[in-house]
Design a protein around this ligand. Structure first.
Ligand SMILES: Cc1cc2nc3c(=O)[nH]c(=O)nc-3n(C[C@H](O)[C@H](O)[C@H](O)COP(=O)(O)OP(=O)(O)OC[C@H]3O[C@@H](n4cnc5c(N)ncnc54)[C@H](O)[C@@H]3O)c2cc1C
Length: 535
């Protein structure tokens, strides 16, 4: 008998989970681990709100552990998730792996699941010492993460090999490790999403490992502490929540008018799917979402146009993650090395004002404040925040990166870095998009309601002054009872001039021979012979 370990990464679900299915199919004792590694969580891209989402997901995993050796009980979809209760159960119970509902008489036991604050080597060393039987194999998904997690994986690969433990890594969706050319990428995506079965474990075949007293003591000492929940962040972690968001969008009417609302910061919160954190933390697999859409598309609740637009975004998701997998240096460097000589501002006053939503440009400040408070912002407004930081203020995208990553509840390295660079116009491949925040306010928030909600100090002003208060004369300000620089900051830059300068700078740079040479290399690597709208 050898112990089979399922190592959860960013795939926090029981359903459609290839590593879990493979481990259970061995018929050998199985244990599941989720590690909250201090070296990873200490990186500046992670924040308390991510920790909370992970904790809630872990609590749900614990509360819904499958019964192994049973053909009747399936795991994965609790109803009526109450994250408060789930969380309490975890803190008292999960680290101990206590069997609460097992039916030993009939040979059924819950799959032991441990959520531990420990480095990977530390946890596997303890398991090796206290398991009572040798570790045979470890099963996990390939992690398309930041350099810290990739370095940990390289280290663990060596560690497992030295001990004769085999590590089986399943691909992350359609993403292929180290892919250098994209020629059959679309066909491969279709194959994975529509032809491969959902990877459901056969619980009846499984055998649960019985944790030793030493391991339980060790696990107890490494319990993850429950992080405090931020009041403004509405989305809770867990597959049950993910399925609710999915159902209410695809079949519940929330997705009606998806494309009409997608760029509007207020209504996008309801009419977009809001599935991104559930996909980023793996509460749902992309395949589950794609299949659900294909099966339930009715043409009534989600129009054909909206369903198509949503489906393309689901495809873009792994298109971007594949880019990052193929060229992960872009966590630190421009994808297009032709921009290496480009000069950027390092004005920390501007950077801090941008982070805090105090730039003096209302639409920018409203978007940043809403993101900082709630963890969500729609695509267009994310792009506008980056455009303002990188173009109007000429800050380096790297200076914006960690703050945005911390604030986005759905932080996904494989989308974050390519998107950040695309919006910062350092790819040399994509159309340069310089968003004018005043125009965005006129188009996407015509009555100024979103600005009013997040920048209440401008409430006395009507549109269009609410979006561009610098247009007011001094006497107008007195009339509206607003004092610039006191009630609301004056703009950091003259917007018209700053955007004009950016246009000259960016279009000039795009023509440079070194940028064009790199453009061809990038197209060859990330597009190949494929043609998609999103390159
Ligand atoms: C600078 C910047 C950083 C971003 N960082 C992230 C990130 O860390 N994590 C993340 O999930 N998305 C990121 N996005 C993409 C996009 O903004 C979000 O996926 C989307 O707003 C999430 O809301 P939703 O789930 O309601 O999306 P919907 O419009 O309902 O789309 C459904 C799903 O498709 C995928 N998707 C949608 N738009 C894109 C896109 N442009 N590129 C790739 N996949 C897409 C997401 O998984 C999303 O959940 C970023 C965009 C920008 C401009």
């Amino acid at each position: 008998m050898k112990l089979q370990v399922v190592w959860f990464k960013r795939d926090l679900r029981w359903e459609d989970h290839a590593p879990l299915a493979a481990a259970v199919a061995t018929g050998q004792p199985v244990v599941a681990l989720l590690l909250h590694e201090p070296s990873l969580w200490g990186q500046p891209v992670y924040s308390n709100r991510h920790g909370c989402f992970e904790y809630e997901s872990a609590a749900e995993l614990h509360a819904t552990r499958p019964l192994l050796g049973s053909s009747v009980t399936v795991a994965g979809r609790p109803t009526a998730p109450d994250t408060e209760t789930l969380g309490r159960e975890t803190s008292s119970d999960a680290a101990e792996g206590r069997e609460t509902r097992s039916d030993a008489a009939e040979g059924r036991r819950h799959l032991p699941f441990f959520y531990l604050a420990a480095e990977a080597t530390e946890a596997f060393e303890a398991l090796e010492a206290f398991a009572g039987i040798p570790i045979g194999s470890v099963f996990s998904h390939q992690e398309i993460g930041i350099e810290t997690s990739f370095a940990r994986d390289r280290h663990m690969q060596k560690w497992f090999t030295e001990r004769g433990i085999s590590w089986h890594e399943s691909p992350y969706g359609s993403v292929r490790r180290g892919l250098k050319r994209r020629d059959d990428w679309n066909a491969h995506w279709n194959e994975v999403m529509f032809k491969e079965p959902l990877m459901q474990a056969n619980w009846a075949l499984g055998q649960a490992w019985k944790p030793s007293a030493e391991w339980i003591d060790w696990a107890h000492a490494h319990q993850v502490e429950r992080p405090a929940r931020e009041a403004g962040v509405a989305q809770s972690g867990g597959a049950a929540w993910g399925h609710r968001y999915l159902q209410s969008f695809v079949a519940g009417g929330r997705g009606r008018g998806y494309m009409a609302h997608i760029s509007k910061p207020e209504s996008a919160r309801n009419h977009c799917s809001r599935l991104s954190p559930y996909l980023a933390w793996g509460n749902l697999s992309l395949k589950q979402v794609v299949r659900n859409l294909a099966e339930t598309r009715s043409g009534e609740l989600l129009s054909t146009r909206d369903a198509r637009a949503f489906a393309s975004r689901l495809r873009w998701r792994e298109h971007f993650i594949q880019k990052f997998e193929s060229e992960s240096r872009i966590e630190f460097e421009h994808v297009n090395r032709g921009y290496n000589q480009q000069m950027f501002n390092t004005n920390s006053t501007h950077l801090n004002a941008w982070k805090q939503g105090q730039t003096g440009v209302p639409m920018v400040d409203a978007c940043m404040r809403s993101l900082n408070e709630t963890g969500y912002l729609n695509f267009r407004m994310r792009a506008m925040l980056v455009s303002f930081g990188c173009h109007a203020l000429n800050l380096h995208w790297k200076d914006l990166s960690a703050h945005l990553a911390q604030q986005f509840l759905d932080f996904e390295p494989g989308i974050h870095y390519p998107q950040l660079q695309m919006q910062a116009a350092v790819t040399g491949v994509n159309t340069v998009r310089i968003y004018n925040p005043v125009k965005q306010a006129e188009e996407q928030d015509p009555h100024g309601a979103f600005i009013e909600r997040w920048v209440p100090e401008l409430t006395p002003l009507p549109m269009p002054f609410r979006a561009a208060p610098w247009m007011l004369t001094e006497i107008d300000c007195v009339g509206y009872g607003i004092q610039f620089g006191t009630d609301y900051p004056a703009p950091l830059v003259d917007l018209t001039k700053a955007l004009r300068d950016a246009r000259i700078r960016l279009y000039g740079a795009k023509k440079r021979p070194e940028v064009r040479a790199e453009k061809n290399r990038i197209l060859e690597m990330h597009v190949g012979t494929q043609r998609t709208k999103r390159t």
